[in-house]
Ligand binder design. Sequence first.
Ligand SMILES: Cc1cc2nc3c(=O)[nH]c(=O)nc-3n(C[C@H](O)[C@H](O)[C@H](O)COP(=O)(O)O)c2cc1C
Length: 320
Amino acid sequence: MSLPDVLRSPLTLPVVASPMFIASGPELVKAQCQAGVIGSFPALNARPAALLDDWLHDIRESNAKHAEANPGAVVAPFAVNQIVHKSNDRLDADMELVVKHQVPIVITSLGARPEINDAVHSYGGIVLHDIINDRFAHKAIEKGADGLIAVAAGAGGHAGTQSPLALLQEIRAWFDGPLLLSGAIAHGRSILAALAAGADFAYVGSAFLATHEANVVDGYKDMIVDSSAADIVYSNLFTGVHGNYLRGSIEAAGLDPVALPESDPSAMSFGTDDSKAWRDIWGSGQGVGAVEGVVSAADLVARLRAEFDAAKAELTAKLA
Ligand SMILES: Cc1cc2nc3c(=O)[nH]c(=O)nc-3n(C[C@H](O)[C@H](O)[C@H](O)COP(=O)(O)O)c2cc1C
């Protein structure tokens, strides 16, 4: 199956920059799109909710102006993430703005709902739904999502436990639509690996935390730079859903990272004012060993592109 038109837009790299709670705002999304990768942000990051209208306007206008001023530039489309969990008390209002602005790509997490997919399809948008196993992948497509984001072990924020190879293999056995791979992708070589394993795009989050445009404190950016896979802790304590976090931030909060209690999943809450956990306990995927400094999003995309090209050449030589 060929990709929908919006996913066939010219890009610098086959990358969707993943939405990150608190961290991804208009500055980061514009920088990502203007560097030629699909940028995204969670609608919940616009607080108060009315700000979402301004953000959507700003991103569209800035990207259009950039394209006009730089005729040769690759300017990628953008996506908005909706947390489709019953505790999200803003979902209906945020969806109205998504429809008003005809957001080209909507990323849905923590729940698949046909009426959300229908609303996005009403103006020609597409929905990518994130899943952590093949059973949820089937459900998402049955409910009308257009594509899947396979969130494998090692992803920043809420993450699965399955090997990326196993997850993609099972999904590709029955699904030939748009498929993205999420989890620990922070090097150009890993983007190529995602494509080789069956994905159409790599979904990259944590590496963008160490950029000037990310809306997080400097201490968080520095900890991303200083950390590697061994510093990532998997726990469901902070939101009720299992996710990956920086050991240093857990210690700084006075907790013992190797003796964290289990959380009650009914404590899950993603509504208007649930940002505290993410402000103090910092999410990160296992790929951050590749991050060696805080740079602009454009420089990060340039690094990934150079690594991707080098990996392609290396692989071609290996296979010759
Ligand atoms: C700090 C942080 C916050 C995140 N917040 C969200 C979110 O609000 N919505 C969402 O769908 N995914 C969220 N994610 C998960 C990402 O969308 C994606 O699956 C992940 O970043 C990919 O793995 P990587 O970080 O190893 O690249 C978050 C990830 C991080 C690191």
